[in-house]
Design a protein around this ligand. Structure first.
Ligand SMILES: Cc1cc2nc3c(=O)[nH]c(=O)nc-3n(C[C@H](O)[C@H](O)[C@H](O)COP(=O)(O)OP(=O)(O)OC[C@H]3O[C@@H](n4cnc5c(N)ncnc54)[C@H](O)[C@@H]3O)c2cc1C
Ligand SMILES: *[C@@H]1O[C@H](CO)[C@@H](O)[C@H](O)[C@H]1NC(C)=O
Ligand SMILES: *[C@@H]1O[C@H](CO)[C@@H](O)[C@H](O)[C@H]1NC(C)=O
Ligand SMILES: *[C@@H]1O[C@H](CO)[C@@H](O)[C@H](O)[C@H]1NC(C)=O
Ligand SMILES: *[C@@H]1O[C@H](CO)[C@@H](O)[C@H](O)[C@H]1NC(C)=O
Length: 855
């Protein structure tokens, strides 16, 4: 039998076994959800949860619009709405936090769930070679709290020098001494020994604790670290070199996301409106290059809302640059490539991408010193026990409170880093488990490891006691970038991680792995017979175990993101050609627009990124307050006529829609919807991922088939009249938008009448004038794409916007011959297909987009 066949059999056995584990996995989660409902109202927290502001009641105009309710966006929403004279709108694409996200042990399960954007990098020959399609998975939170709702909760501020370096690069105001107060302000340190300590704060919105449950093996690893000569330190204190039990963003042992810390306490503020399921498609920029609002879609209805002062992008390191580019801000050449009219040429947008990359698969086996059946490390089999469930539900303790990816961590210096500088170049994550201990249910899926790699590495040591110590590179020299795939705001951008592009990065990582080896040799761990996993990555079997070549091969195959992409809208001084924002986080070349999130970091910090991004949010809020305190002119006078209306609403507070249900939730459906991957094929009620939203045909094809001139670029239309003309019309008559939204019947399609692509949107106010920026042909000019009246009239033209569900849906194009006569919306063309069949092509111009339907 060839080795290859052996692989296949082992792989088949392994993947079948995992498949059969999925449903029990889901079952356990449902049980846990039920236990929370019955016993843990503190987790349900129904009274304080964020409520959704009804779509129909949103104002036309706010002082500030914040895009994204993540680590930074939630902070801004809280701090800016402290000023009662400012109306703030917070738009978040995702849903409310699910109660299961509170439970530390479920951290790996949240990846690939419905609250994860599930980005993947472009395939590579250099890294993530053991991942499916050689793509690394890049999870990101699509939920209130953003990535802080699905992260590993580790609380690390980075190194003092990181910030001093930012300041040295010309970023005035960002030196460590100037920013530490914001770390302190946001913190509620609950670990008693650090409470009376100038480096820590008490009473801030984000509480910090140790994980409430620790596996015994973690203590042994910390003991070994001291034997190797390291100190146990406060990694968020005066010095960073050493080992530490992890500080974590936890409240009473449960996740403290920025949604919990910053939004729940203030979400009923009269001047803060939070709208979930609201995906911003673009920032609207007028001909004076001033951001004056956003266009967003909520449940297939589109709306434009204006900002009288600022639009603030806090969509994270992947989507903030994406949104800038979609709005015409970025490298002009690239924007033209994807058919977007460039408004501001800022070549730095999407560049300078940095991430913490780790060498995965660093698993060690050991002998359990207990011989009474009690585990010494994390073991999924025993965590899913009735006893643990009861412990969790009733006694509020037990191993469901453990976060097994990094109960402890270290910051260490390789031979390339002078230890005197106290500027460690490697971080170690100390995990009292390894991927063999969950049977492949969560860790494997989260990282996207191929079936074959999992089978080879772990199938033979399934549930044997193990731990892993993962070295990660703190300051990579390699830089990646993000580009648009096309002009469709629903298309995920292309991510080029470029790990190890600079060879020095690999050298440092290999040295990091050597430190791990030295640690495992210490008496405390040798007493447990700690030893490396004898099974090698199937891509690296040709190398001698633990040789440099083997370690390099392992890093390239088992590359792990530590989920810290930053730098894609880098802050820098005006003379820095690649800077996207200035040190006050204002986008160069555009007025009224800031970026506030991880993307503004000019260089990645030496540690996990959540705490630094919360700090960035705190500092930005202060800068914004300062800037407007010194005066400034509102670009638009927000019409406050709705104010009284809103007062009525507030008196009747349930008008803010509860996101979590009162009474018995539909636990089965809710949980299955949250974990579509686990319930795939088993349950009918899974939440479909946002359906395929690519245009029905490739836009390039459209161009060829209809022999349109090259200057005719369909995407320009998407980016056209609704936006700039809205502004033009507004300028002539500021009331026009508002009057349109009152008069024009709102309608929406629950589904696309032409198929199952999710492309239809409700009517926007429509205008016939032409976008002055797009190049249109003569033909286009005489036949504009926008009509003043939407075609599908909706019977219930009342002001009662709640009647959306009664909307009459168009049936299908064939049955509605009158429609094709409305040339403004449709163009038909009869063609003979290659097979001799007659085909009718219909081009639909809808809401600025062009669709093709073939019948
Ligand atoms: C799995 C994982 C584990 C991690 N572990 C840790 C850890 O242990 N410790 C740590 O410090 N850091 C950790 N991180 C990193 C840290 O959580 C992130 O760096 C940080 O949360 C990012 O903050 P942000 O504000 O830049 O973006 P996010 O928090 O990602 O917020 C962006 C928000 O914008 C929303 N959004 C995006 N596009 C749009 C749009 N078009 N319209 C409307 N809304 C939009 C998103 O849904 C999201 O809610 C982890 C991250 C992940 C993903
Ligand atoms: C097993 O032994 C350990 C160490 O003595 C002890 O902490 C644990 O409670 C024991 N478990 C059981 C089930 O007795
Ligand atoms: C399950 O939940 C989804 C999403 O919340 C919802 O659309 C669907 O109607 C629900 N199904 C049932 C059977 O309740
Ligand atoms: C989306 O549709 C396009 C065109 O029909 C198709 O090529 C693509 O594979 C689809 N993507 C998904 C994820 O279904
Ligand atoms: C087409 O429109 C005319 C008037 O506009 C109407 O009388 C006729 O019934 C319509 N036909 C169909 C099939 O709807």
């Amino acid at each position: 039998m060839s080795t290859h066949t052996q692989y296949s059999i082992k792989t088949a056995v392994s993947s079948t076994r995992i498949l059969f584990g999925l449903l029990p996995g889901l079952g356990a989660l449902i049980l846990l959800r039920m236990a929370i409902h019955l016993y843990r109202p503190d987790i349900e927290d129904a009274e304080h949860r964020v409520r959704d502001y009804p779509f129909e009641n949103l104002y036309d105009c706010y002082d500030f619009i914040i895009v994204g309710a993540g680590s930074a966006g939630a902070v801004l929403a809280n701090r800016l709405s402290e000023n009662p004279n400012w109306n703030i709108l917070l738009l978040e694409a995702g849903q409310d936090e699910n109660v299961l996200a509170d439970i530390p042990v479920l951290f790996p399960a949240l990846q690939t769930s419905a609250i994860d954007w599930q980005f993947v990098t472009e395939p590579s020959d250099e890294y993530c070679l053991s991942m499916v399609d050689t793509r690394c998975k890049w999870p990101r939170g699509r939920v209130l709290g953003g990535s802080s709702t699905l992260n590993a909760m580790l609380y690390i501020r980075g190194n003092k020098r990181d910030y001093d370096n930012w300041a040295n690069m010309g970023n005035i105001g960002w030196s460590y001494d100037e920013i530490i107060k914001y770390f302190v302000k946001s913190e509620d340190m609950r670990i008693p020994e650090y409470q009376n300590n100038p480096y820590h704060g008490v009473g801030g919105p984000i509480s910090i604790e140790h994980f409430a449950y620790e596996q015994p093996i973690t203590g042994k690893i910390l003991e070994a670290s001291q034997q190797l000569g390291y100190k146990i330190i406060d990694a968020n204190g005066p010095s960073q070199t050493g080992f530490t039990r992890s500080h974590a963003t936890l409240r009473d042992g449960l996740r403290c996301s920025t949604a919990k810390g910053y939004l729940r306490p203030v979400s009923k503020r009269r001047n803060l409106h939070i709208s979930v399921h609201s995906l911003v498609e673009k920032i609207l920029i007028d001909e004076n290059r001033r951001a004056y609002g956003v266009k967003f879609v909520k449940r297939e209805q589109t709306k434009i809302i204006k900002a009288s002062r600022e639009v603030i992008l806090s969509a994270g390191s992947i989507q903030s640059p994406q949104l800038l580019m979609l709005s015409g801000i970025g490298d002009s050449e690239h924007l033209k490539e994807v058919g977007i009219y460039p408004i501001v040429n800022l070549p730095g947008v999407g560049k300078n991408l940095q991430d913490h990359v780790a060498m995965g698969g660093h698993s060690f086996l050991f002998d359990n010193p207990y011989n009474n059946g009690t585990d010494y490390c994390f073991n999924l089999n025993s965590v899913w026990s009735l006893g643990n469930l009861i412990d969790f539900a009733i006694n509020k303790k037990g191993s469901l409170y453990s976060m097994m990816e990094a109960e402890a961590m270290a910051f260490v210096n390789t031979k390339y880093q002078d230890p005197v500088e106290d500027y460690p170049d490697i971080q170690l994550f100390i995990a009292p488990t390894s991927d063999n201990m969950d049977g492949g249910l969560f860790g494997k899926r989260a990282n996207g490891l191929t079936d074959e790699t999992y089978a080879e590495l772990y199938e033979d040591i399934l549930f044997e006691p193990s731990f892993s110590i993962v070295p990660l590179l703190l300051r990579p020299k390699s830089r990646g970038y993000i580009k648009l795939k096309d002009g469709n705001p629903f298309s995920p951008p292309r991510i080029y991680a470029n790990y190890f592009e600079d060879p020095q990065d690999l050298k440092i990582l290999i040295e990091g792995a050597r430190i791990v080896q030295a640690l495992v040799q210490q008496p405390a761990l040798q007493a447990l017979n700690a030893r490396p996993n004898p099974h090698r990555n199937p891509g690296c079997t040709q190398h001698e175990l633990m040789s440099d070549e083997h370690l390099e091969c392992q890093a390239r195959h088992h590359s792990l993101t530590i989920y810290h992409p930053v730098g894609t809208c880098a802050m820098g001084s005006i003379d820095n050609h690649n800077a996207v924002v200035d040190p006050r986080l204002r986008v160069y070349g555009v007025k009224g627009l800031r970026v506030v999130d991880g993307s503004i970091m000019p260089t990645i910090v030496s540690g996990n990124t959540n705490a630094p991004i919360i700090m960035i949010g705190e500092k930005a809020a202060d800068m914004i307050k300062e800037d407007w305190m010194q005066g400034g002119i509102d670009i638009i006078q927000c019409d406050r006529k709705y104010k009284q209306n809103e007062e009525a609403i507030e008196a009747d507070s349930p008008n803010r829609i509860r996101l979590s249900q009162l009474g018995a939730p539909d636990i089965l459906n809710e949980t299955a919807s949250l974990f579509p991957e686990l319930s795939k094929g088993f349950l009918p009620t899974t939440n479909k991922r946002r359906s395929n939203t690519t245009l029905l045909t490739s836009l390039d094809n459209n161009r060829k088939k209809t022999s349109l001139p090259n200057s005719y670029n369909p995407i320009d239309h998407y980016h056209s009249s609704d936006v700039l003309n809205t502004y033009d019309e507004d300028r002539k008559n500021p009331k026009i938008l508002q009057s349109y939204s009152n008069k024009i019947p709102q309608y929406s399609f629950k589904s696309n009448p032409f198929g199952n692509t999710n492309i239809m949107k409700n009517s926007m106010p429509v205008y016939s004038s032409i976008n002055p920026f797009t190049e249109l042909t003569e033909r286009d000019k005489v036949r504009p794409f926008y009509a003043r009246k939407p075609y599908y009239k909706h019977k219930h033209q009342s002001n009662n916007h709640k009647s959306f569900s009664n909307i009459r849906k168009p049936q299908n194009v064939q049955n509605r011959p009158n429609e094709s006569k409305k040339k403004i919306y449709f163009k038909t063309e009869e063609v003979i297909s290659p097979k001799g069949r007659k085909e009718c092509k219909i081009w639909l111009y809808y809401d600025g987009m062009k669709y093709k339907v073939t019948i």
